[in-house]
Design a protein around this ligand. Structure first.
Ligand code: FES
Length: 390
């Protein structure tokens, strides 16, 4: 059974920007696919509900609105007739990839008077982590992408393994699921990934903010619990894993290996954190797992899972072996498929929250506050952004 579509069902009225962001938050960079996917053949993608044509020209990737202003045909159905341009398949309107300016209307001859009078909207594009990233905003100058990427991924050598998968369901459900305090211990109790990580029954948790991230800080973990009138529950899998002897802030492991120096230098206050516009970071002692929840439209998102190991040279080889040998299948595969399932069947709001949902509330507040700041900042630049009616 699929969840009901969100529009018309929303009453997250305490967070008007969040409520209105069914198709995502504007003013951010989003990963849209592996770099190798984007070649000289135009390709259509959908991001925040907008159809965008993406094409690589002499090594550089460009993105334009994928609707010819003449009669509304997708430019992604066309091709390149001249270097540095893309031509519409219908009448040959030809747009400069950098500026979006109409460079030629082929079927009206070289002196067509419409040239210079039409400009196709373009999108800023960058490539990072082997992926193409596109900025969707409201006409403002985009911030540098490195200001938005997780800090430790900028300026530190890392090997990464990733999985990109189009998924059904609203991106907010995906993000909330990723940061959700309770689901890791219950939904994922059957995941084989738990061979490597024991789970408590419940935690005493605080959510704290540091910079642009909010962190789940686990003050105390309970490995068994007696439920009055019901009995004991210990959340042990069939393989009877023992709880770790010591759990610190980066205690997301059963082993006691040394923490990678790049990770240690960050002094993360908690192992799970989230930031705008929907990025989850799970810190292990020797690697970090990220999830980017990319809004395609109100009903679909792109799951981008990235595992980064801050090693270089031959030391990276064991990571590749580990990633391709089992992490890709157990974590980016079976474990992540359980999340995918929940995002597809979640049907909120209305909702009745419980104590561990503080994580959801703090994420929504972060989103709301950040959006308000952006609206104010843009107003200062003379750009008015209105919160769409839901
Ligand atoms: Fe694109 Fe006519 S519709 S050139």
């Amino acid at each position: 059974q699929r969840a009901a579509r969100l529009p018309g069902r929303q009453d997250w009225s305490s967070w008007p920007h969040y409520q209105a962001a069914a198709a995502g938050f504007r003013g951010y960079w989003y990963p849209v696919g592996y770099s190798s996917r984007f070649t000289g053949k135009p390709r259509q993608i959908t991001l925040l509900g907008e159809k965008i044509v993406v094409i690589r020209d002499r090594g550089t990737v460009y993105a334009l609105k994928d609707r010819c202003p003449h009669r509304g045909v997708p430019l992604s159905e066309g091709n390149q007739q001249f270097p540095g341009t893309i031509s519409c398949p219908y009448h040959g309107w030809t747009f400069d990839l950098k500026t979006g300016d109409l460079a030629a209307a082929i079927t009206d001859g070289p002196s067509s008077p419409i040239c210079g009078k039409v400009t196709q909207p373009t999108y800023p594009v960058e490539e990072r982590l082997g992926m193409v990233w596109i900025f969707v905003g409201d006409g403002e100058q985009p911030h540098p992408i490195d200001e938005q990427l997780p800090e430790e991924l900028v300026g530190n050598a890392a090997v990464v393994g990733s999985r990109i998968q189009p998924r059904e369901g609203n991106w907010r459900f995906a993000c909330e699921n990723g940061y959700d305090e309770g689901h890791a211990k219950y939904l994922h109790r059957t995941a084989l990934w738990r061979l490597f990580k024991p789970m408590p029954v419940w935690n005493e948790t605080r959510i704290i903010q540091r910079g642009r991230w909010i962190y789940r800080v686990q003050d105390k973990q309970y490995w068994t619990a007696d439920f009055p009138g019901l009995g004991r529950w210990d959340n042990q899998a069939w393989f009877k894993m023992k709880p770790p002897k010591q759990v610190g802030n980066i205690g997301n492991t059963i082993s006691h290996r040394e923490t990678n120096p790049v990770i240690a230098a960050q002094e993360f206050p908690g192992f799970a954190s989230v930031s705008m516009p929907g990025v989850l970071r799970i810190v292990y002692p020797t690697f970090i797992h990220y999830e980017f929840y990319v809004p395609v439209d109100a009903d679909n998102h792109l799951y981008v899972g990235v595992m980064a190991d801050f090693r270089r040279g031959w030391r990276a080889l064991p990571f590749y072996a580990k990633y391709l040998g089992f992490v890709r299948w157990l974590f980016h595969g079976q474990f992540s498929a359980q999340d995918k399932w929940m995002v597809e069947v979640t049907d909120a709001p209305p909702e009745k929250l419980y104590r561990p949902d503080d994580s959801l509330l703090k994420w929504r507040k972060l989103a709301e506050d950040t959006c308000e700041d952006r609206v104010e900042r843009l107003a200062g630049q003379g750009i008015t952004v209105t919160v769409p009616e839901v």
